[in-house]
Design a protein around this ligand. Sequence first.
Ligand SMILES: *[C@@H]1O[C@H](CO)[C@@H](O)[C@H](O)[C@H]1NC(C)=O
Ligand SMILES: *[C@@H]1O[C@H](CO)[C@@H](O)[C@H](O)[C@H]1NC(C)=O
Ligand SMILES: *[C@@H]1O[C@H](CO)[C@@H](O)[C@H](O)[C@H]1NC(C)=O
Ligand SMILES: *[C@@H]1O[C@H](CO)[C@@H](O)[C@H](O)[C@H]1NC(C)=O
Ligand SMILES: *[C@@H]1O[C@H](CO)[C@@H](O)[C@H](O)[C@H]1NC(C)=O
Ligand SMILES: *[C@@H]1O[C@H](CO)[C@@H](O)[C@H](O)[C@H]1NC(C)=O
Ligand SMILES: *[C@@H]1O[C@H](CO)[C@@H](O)[C@H](O)[C@H]1NC(C)=O
Length: 770
Amino acid sequence: MAFASNLALTFLLLSFIVVTFASTNVHIVYMGHRSQSQNESELIEASHHDMLSCILGSKRAAMKSILYSYKHGFSGFAAVLTHSQAKLIADFPGVVRVIPNKILSLHTTRSWDFLHVKPDIVTGVLSRAQSGRGSIIGIIDTGIWPESHGFRDDHMDNPPPRWRGICQEGENFDSSHCNRKIIGARWYIKGYEAEFGKLNTSDGVEYLSPRDASGHGTHTSSTAAGVPVESASFKGLAKGSARGGAPSAWLSIYKICWSTGGCSSADLLAAFDDAIFDGVDIISASLGSSPPLPTYVEDVLAIGSFHAVAKGISVVCSGGNSGPYAQTVINTAPWVITVAASTIDREFPSTIILGNNQTIQGQSLYTGKELNKFYPIVYGEDIATSNASEESARSCESGSLNSTLAKGKAILCFQSRSQRSATAAVRTVIEAEAVGLIYAQFPTKDVDMSWEIPSVQVDFIAGTKILSYMEATRNPVIKFRKTRTVVGRQMSPDVALFSSRGPSSLSPSVLKPDITAPGVNILAAWSPASYSSLESDTSQDELLSAINFKIESGTSMSCPHISGIVALVKTIHPTWSPATIKSALVTTASLKNEYSQYIGAEGAPYKQADPFDYGGGHVNPIKVADPGLVFDLEKTDYLNFLCSMGYNNTAITLLTDSPTKCIKSRKFLSNMNLPSITIPELKQPLTVTRTVTNVGPIKSTYIVRVAAPVGISVTVEPTVLTFSENRKKMKFKVNFSSKLRVQSRFSFGYLFWDDGLHEVRIPLAVYSVV
Ligand SMILES: *[C@@H]1O[C@H](CO)[C@@H](O)[C@H](O)[C@H]1NC(C)=O
Ligand SMILES: *[C@@H]1O[C@H](CO)[C@@H](O)[C@H](O)[C@H]1NC(C)=O
Ligand SMILES: *[C@@H]1O[C@H](CO)[C@@H](O)[C@H](O)[C@H]1NC(C)=O
Ligand SMILES: *[C@@H]1O[C@H](CO)[C@@H](O)[C@H](O)[C@H]1NC(C)=O
Ligand SMILES: *[C@@H]1O[C@H](CO)[C@@H](O)[C@H](O)[C@H]1NC(C)=O
Ligand SMILES: *[C@@H]1O[C@H](CO)[C@@H](O)[C@H](O)[C@H]1NC(C)=O
Ligand SMILES: *[C@@H]1O[C@H](CO)[C@@H](O)[C@H](O)[C@H]1NC(C)=O
């Protein structure tokens, strides 16, 4: 069985690069909430067929065109329609919106110890939360590699009676692949195939089943809820026990993304519909589209998650990998938990020795044999092909290197504006048959490198040193040393360079991201099917019994960390609403690392992190179950938010059971009971209201403290909140006024409520305008 040797590379790349395709004729007809009278899903499905028959002229045509009938969590369908048919159907009563199908992309182990959720601490949060026992996490991703040891079910309970999920069979996946850990598995390809044509799986790089060919879904699933696996490592690196955040939680798998690239929104909505029906407690989705953001009425992830959250399911999403630029965060609906990515205290240093015996430190994931021997080194710029520019060769752009000149040598390249990916540079040098790569780039802890050839990532200072040596020497040579794993020597966490930043370009008054969690160099299970290192004669049987781990970075990796923690919280507090859980995450997050230094943010330049980098801060799983006070929200709050964002009364009524009056006001946006206050335009003094609910000791007294944003005066009323048996909820007002006479920029502060036991902290972000 032959496997494309660069498949894994392509995939990693996909998780960082925007994939755009021309829109075709798949449309999602979204019809909102399913009403009480439509309580039988067959009836709902029949009504979808009727509506479609009416437009297409016959039942047969309708059956041929329809891809999915959404009928559990909400009502609607996906169908192949022409533009004019789509327009006609948009005017039907009951239709909220007709949304063109869209192609989304994925956002691409010591991390749990780093978070202090250690398995051996009996009094720790894991044991209090019984490791997430009783919670079901639904993972919407590329499927799962069920043989990975992290999905063993030895210590798992049977699924609960409320569970309605199924184990959907397919290629190399039958009901025996589900167990007491993987209690459900489904797959969705109709929307994808309607866009791209039938997927040909005969070359073995994809499976028409829940089986994961690419590895991404196996990684996120094991990060969220894998059981501990001893002596896991990635080619000897990061050796140790690998495990998920909630090792006793159940997993339900919804495969919608394909190793051939991308995921269709029609399939995504079908996965949400089924996950709601099946009875998951948490949905983890490490995917999304890239900016510009679709409005909430056009965003299928926002719609699916709205109905999930309305049913009490927490939805956790990755915030995107488009950092460090401002306004790049995605998946910004206020009802989802949007996760940024940060570094952990593990690094993979790799030494390079120059011919003059000078040593240079870099980072690498290479552990192969091409070590300890000198190779000639050339600068990419000096070996450009005749059809490529020196600039493109300097950064190792695809096809820019002359292989006659590169063959057998190590290549030095510098990151440029147009070519920012170390992974892409590695591919270029492999194509040019070079022996290795030194890639000089903007400083980051994210090792975005290959393990196939010696390739070392260095910062610009080190890169310039190497270049100076090369210029001063007639026959410059270098050698690569073995990559090591070092733990606890690096200040962390820091928000990762690639992590997308706020404010939300769509709704800047809702602070995003919400929180950060480990997402850099994360070790977790991977799909052996994607491995380039597999011998080309590996049989399918051998492949199916293979087990693999991989180090990956991305908000794809931080998202399931939060999903695991939400599972722990759900086990301790099964009745908490998604908004309450999010509030607990945000208000208890850490702003400082264990050395009492403020958390930083990789970027240009490196700086102290602010709420647009990490929301409330870095997740603190020990405190999250005991936040003291919470900021809760109900479905009506989200509906009012949608009103303010462009839905009208007609549409809002379809989204909910009862007629709702749309309150369209800027005031509502600032008064939405979020665990943060963001004011994108402060002109006149503005008073904002919040309500806190006491979930701590019944009799408690909280005193306010404010760290006001620079240039802004902040007053709070009242300044003391006293809770008792019959006073569990209290309101407070916060008055903001600008002291500035000039246009400013966002400045940040915090508001604290403190009872001596809990410090309930919410971020403030204010932009004052004149
Ligand atoms: C379903 O709807 C019918 C009326 O259409 C009603 O009699 C019945 O009680 C409903 N069942 C549930 C479970 O809501
Ligand atoms: C699928 O791919 C295989 C190998 O690449 C090829 O031999 C076969 O003809 C393809 N089948 C279809 C239906 O395209
Ligand atoms: C580099 O170090 C080795 C042994 O440590 C020595 O033999 C060699 O002469 C040195 N080369 C240079 C250029 O200094
Ligand atoms: C690559 O370099 C060789 C040797 O200098 C030269 O003959 C050849 O034309 C170059 N090829 C390309 C595509 O630039
Ligand atoms: C240059 O030409 C070669 C061979 O035709 C091609 O593979 C490569 O992609 C081209 N490079 C650029 C930068 O256009
Ligand atoms: C509500 O918005 C839809 C389009 O989103 C429009 O077709 C409809 O006429 C609007 N209804 C009202 C009452 O404005
Ligand atoms: C808010 O503060 C400003 C400036 O201190 C003040 O003029 C205004 O009256 C205050 N508003 C309220 C409602 O307290």
